[in-house]
Design a protein around this ligand. Structure first.
Ligand code: ZN
Length: 325
């Protein structure tokens, strides 16, 4: 068993148990800090909001979550620490960067343009720092690297992130977890990461449930990497019924050992109002940290998916991804 960095210190990979591999406690899209119409964040309310939705998941046996907020979406490790202490759920936090369009790049671009630094080297250095020394003054070490690419393309900054992440992941033994837009650019992400030496089993290509094409799913899986069906409960772009249909087909083809599950749930958000407009709320009515346990796993069982296959997806695969065994 390997040691895994959590926000409260390291644990054995054997103690991860049931793990959701792509969730968030709190996020904020860059710019909320300068919105004069939103008051200062209420830390207590944010923690309470996360705990309220975590409790029912814990009652179903949830033991660990991978919190994949990159630094430029207002990742808040102090919130994660408090949520982990109070819920007694392991939280593995991430280093990493968001997309070129929606992340924060001016500082690194400036350094790169004026040759004060090299973009890929700067990224590699900061990932290594956050994994081995810790994030800011918190003492919390990242246990995963989050990378992201755009819809149907990989922008230059995103490619630098992929290359730096693979090198840092390889060196430190932490996995790379990706964000794809609607499940596009999965094979390309895998190719770049593997070209830099990242082992396929330490790569999880995310948001693949956004792409209902079985040929596309197979194209990614045949690279040897794992994939995540990690947006259960967000029925704005795609229904859970569609996600289930694709997933059941892949399980039928014997891919259980390469698939992980999650919700991409966001416990609270910084800024004004919530994440979704009122009229969309019915399409996220089930979105939570517990939807998979309450609704998706029962649907699996009805479809004839075995307990062993379910265990593989929610316990064994996350342990292998995070711990490397
Ligand atoms: Zn996410």
């Amino acid at each position: 068993m390997t040691r895994i960095n959590t926000v409260l210190g390291s644990i054995s990979s054997g103690d991860l148990g049931i793990t959701l591999v792509h969730e968030h406690c709190v996020i904020g899209f860059p710019g909320w800090e300068w919105d004069p119409l939103c008051g200062p964040p209420n830390r207590k309310e944010i923690v309470q909001a996360c705990l309220k939705v975590l409790e029912p998941a814990k009652a179903c046996g949830l033991q660990s979550i991978v919190e994949v907020t990159p630094s430029d979406l207002s990742r808040d490790v102090d919130v994660m620490k408090e949520v982990s202490e109070k819920s007694q759920i392991n939280i593995i936090c991430s280093t990493g960067k968001y997309t070129e369009e929606n992340g924060v790049w001016p500082y690194l671009k400036w350094r790169n343009q004026l040759k004060l630094g090299d973009l890929e080297t700067d990224l590699y250095d900061l990932f290594i720092q956050e994994i081995t020394s810790g994030i800011g003054q918190s003492g919390v070490k990242a246990g995963a690297i989050k990378v992201a690419t755009s819809l149907n393309r990989i922008a230059p900054c995103e490619e630098a992130v992929l290359r730096a992440a693979a090198r840092a992941g390889n060196e430190t033994g932490v996995p790379v977890i990706t964000h794809t837009e609607d499940g596009t650019m999965g094979p390309e992400q895998a190719e770049i990461l593997m070209a830099e030496g990242m082992k396929p089993k330490r790569i999880m290509i995310g948001h693949m449930c956004g792409n209902p094409s079985l040929d596309y799913q197979r194209a990614v899986l045949n690279k040897g990497v794992s994939i995540a069906f990690d947006r259960f409960g967000i029925e704005i772009f795609l229904s859970d019924e569609m996600r289930l249909k694709t997933l059941l087909a892949l399980l039928g083809e014997g891919f259980a050992e390469s698939i992980m599950l999650s919700h991409d749930y966001v416990g609270a958000s910084f800024g004004r109002g919530g994440l979704w407009p009122e009229h969309m709320l019915p399409q996220v009515a089930n979105w939570s940290y517990f939807h998979i346990f309450h609704n998706i796993i029962p649907a699996f069982k009805k479809a004839g998916i075995t307990d062993e296959q379910i265990r593989t997806m929610i316990i064994d695969n996350p342990r292998r991804l995070l711990g490397g065994e």
